[in-house]
Design a protein around this ligand. Structure first.
Ligand code: ZN
Length: 152
């Protein structure tokens, strides 16, 4: 990519690309929540969290339930290194190992920082949204929201 962006602009563009890569999985969760009438969430809300190190960080969970103070992340199996599905690429292993490890470290930091700020954090693997597993995932979501699953 030619260097035509300012630093701020670039990070905005990169974050768009990142969220775009995750869009299909996020939409699957949106669909699931709509089907089961789970309401009260918003997407792409910026939260301020307090990491253990100094300062505050801005975090943008995939879904935010403000009333329940619950943040939901949908993690792609590849980029976040799902233990079931992440396969190390055959080439450039060092690069990819470091990259996935960085992502996982960031995920852990974000989760801890949000918890410290009083948020409940739920991380949902991409593969937990397949037809076969989504009932269990839905129950997990409802439990963490303190909602009784609707009879249907
Ligand atoms: Zn997976």
């Amino acid at each position: 990519m030619p260097d035509v962006f300012t630093k701020a602009k670039r990070s905005e563009v990169m974050s768009l690309i990142r969220s775009h890569g995750n869009a299909a999985t996020e939409l699957r969760l949106v669909k699931l929540m709509r089907e089961h009438r789970i309401t009260g969430w918003r997407r792409q809300v910026a939260l301020i969290a307090h990491p253990s190190t100094a300062g505050r960080i801005k975090v943008r969970p995939d879904f935010v339930f403000r009333r329940e103070r619950t943040a939901v992340f949908v993690d792609g199996c590849y980029w976040h290194g799902c233990p079931r599905h992440y396969r190390r690429p055959k080439s450039n292993r060092k690069f990819w190992d470091a990259k996935i490890e960085r992502n996982q470290t960031r995920d852990r930091h974000v989760t801890l920082a949000l918890r410290k700020a009083g948020w409940k954090v739920l991380r949902i693997w991409e593969c937990a949204l397949t037809q076969k597993r989504q009932t269990g995932t839905l129950a997990r979501l409802q439990r963490s929201l303190g909602r009784v699953p609707a009879a249907s």
